[in-house]
Design a protein around this ligand. Structure first.
Ligand SMILES: Cc1cc2nc3c(=O)[nH]c(=O)nc-3n(C[C@H](O)[C@H](O)[C@H](O)COP(=O)(O)OP(=O)(O)OC[C@H]3O[C@@H](n4cnc5c(N)ncnc54)[C@H](O)[C@@H]3O)c2cc1C
Length: 399
């Protein structure tokens, strides 16, 4: 096995800006400068940075359509820091990248909402005074508001108008695919997954389930919930992760709720947010959104027993899975109703599900750092475990 760089990436496939993938047959080992595993937003951003630096890149994903897992099935909150009163580091990281992301994807950001953060009167880990001081320290705008406008009497200590917006994942996907569609240094391998890994002193050779073989001196593992499954195939130590099988309820907001995003802090409460620019809102609740937790090292959930191609070694896409757990939309809706005024209602319609990997250390302070971890130098394997969408720029320093 010889790791020869800068040859043709070989025949593989092409993707149109509409996301249509046309595979062609592989006949040989395709040698590239870099292999990106995962076509979520982080994988696509990595492919963008790497091909922009003149490198030949192959991108691999078991799903036929990019951005079909966590980068789509999330709460669409373009974080500015408010969500992390117990982790100033996470808040500052979100703030640091906010403007750049909001500018780069401006047409896919919903700025029309009014965002309310409120501190629950009981059981909150933070106080209204503490939340306000935290926002002032971090430097994010906050205005005290009358809670009676949105909340039932006595449920919250204080409400604040904040400056948070929502991103539209479908629009971002279209923009990224448009951007990458004319990169002739990029080859796509969608609908196929990593089966076996070999290495010599210079490169990794990856065999995919469709029979194709890729070789490169550097592999970026941007597979999020599957991060340790990939690390395992490479034979390295797993990262210390807990996995949560998460449900977000999507529904039609009442006219009174439609202009708002509302989050009750900081404990067993809920958050209701516009789901990008879809006209729907998503609803999550700390006690109900995670259906199951798995303490790893690989993600293991009861529903996998019913799905022949989902296992701790290879996760299928929960978004399209017929064996997903029964919805907890009623419980989430009831919780929301306990806090909000009668006219602020959500009519639940469907749910989106995804597995969220959380670094075990985050259970202490609810932090969500983005981790970029080098497992080996030559050949090089790097994993990225993202905490938030807008930290894609953490990858830029790799090129
Ligand atoms: C319930 C929930 C709510 C969230 N809310 C927010 C929020 O409001 N705001 C925010 O900024 N962030 C939020 N996040 C976090 C955010 O979604 C993630 O940080 C981000 O989407 C991760 O992007 P990614 O590209 O790393 O992962 P993904 O988008 O999941 O992409 C990983 C890709 O890897 C592929 N893959 C899997 N196995 C393999 C393999 N063996 N080989 C190759 N490819 C593979 C998958 O098919 C997938 O396409 C939330 C996450 C969850 C789960």
């Amino acid at each position: 096995m010889h790791c020869v760089q800068s040859q043709s990436p070989g025949s593989s496939g092409a993707i149109s800006s509409a996301g249509e993938f046309s595979p062609v047959t592989f006949e040989d080992v395709a040698r590239v400068d870099q292999i990106v595993l995962g076509a979520g937003l982080f994988g696509l951003a990595a492919a963008d940075f790497a091909t922009g630096s003149g490198l030949r890149v192959a991108i691999v994903d078991p799903d036929p359509v990019p951005l079909s897992r966590a980068s789509f099935a999330n709460q669409a909150r373009l974080h500015l820091g408010y969500h992390y009163p117990r982790s100033v580091g996470t808040a500052l990281q979100a703030l640091h990248y906010h403007k750049r992301f909001a500018t780069e994807f401006a047409t896919h950001i919903n700025n029309q909402l009014t965002k309310i953060y409120a501190v629950a009167r009981y059981e909150s880990h933070t106080s209204a005074q503490g939340f306000e001081a935290f926002c002032n320290n971090v430097g994010i705008p906050i205005t005290v508001a009358d809670p009676d406008e949105w909340f039932q009497a006595g449920t919250v200590e204080q409400a604040f108008i904040c400056a948070e917006s929502a991103f539209d994942a479908r629009g971002i996907r279209a923009e990224m695919l448009e951007r990458l569609s004319d990169r002739d240094r990029l080859s796509w391998h969608l609908g196929t997954r990593l089966e076996r890994v070999e290495r010599d002193e210079d490169c990794f050779e990856l065999r995919l389930t469709d029979g194709s073989v890729l070789s490169a001196p550097r592999v970026l593992n941007a597979t999020y919930a599957s991060i340790n499954q990939v690390v395992d195939l490479f034979g390295f130590e797993p990262l210390p992760i807990t996995y949560e099988l998460c449900e977000l309820v999507l529904g039609r907001p009442s006219d009174a709720l439609a202009p708002y995003g509302i989050t009750v802090m900081d404990g067993p409460f809920f958050s209701v947010m516009p789901f990008g620019s879809t006209g729907l809102h998503s609803l999550s609740a700390v006690d109900y959104t995670p259906h199951h937790r798995s303490d790893g090292p690989l993600p293991s959930f009861p529903c996998q027993a019913h799905h022949p191609s989902c296992s701790p070694q290879a996760l299928a896409n929960c978004g399209t899975c017929p064996h997903r757990p029964p919805t907890l939309s009623t419980e989430m809706d009831q919780l929301m109703r306990r806090f909000l005024r009668r006219e602020l209602r959500l009519e639940p319609m469907r749910s989106v599900l995804a597995v969220r990997p959380v670094l075990r250390i985050s259970s202490v302070d609810d932090s969500r750092p983005t981790l970029v971890y080098q497992h080996s130098k030559k050949p090089e394997l790097i994993s990225v475990l993202s905490g938030k969408i807008n930290t894609i720029y953490d990858l830029e320093s790799l090129w």
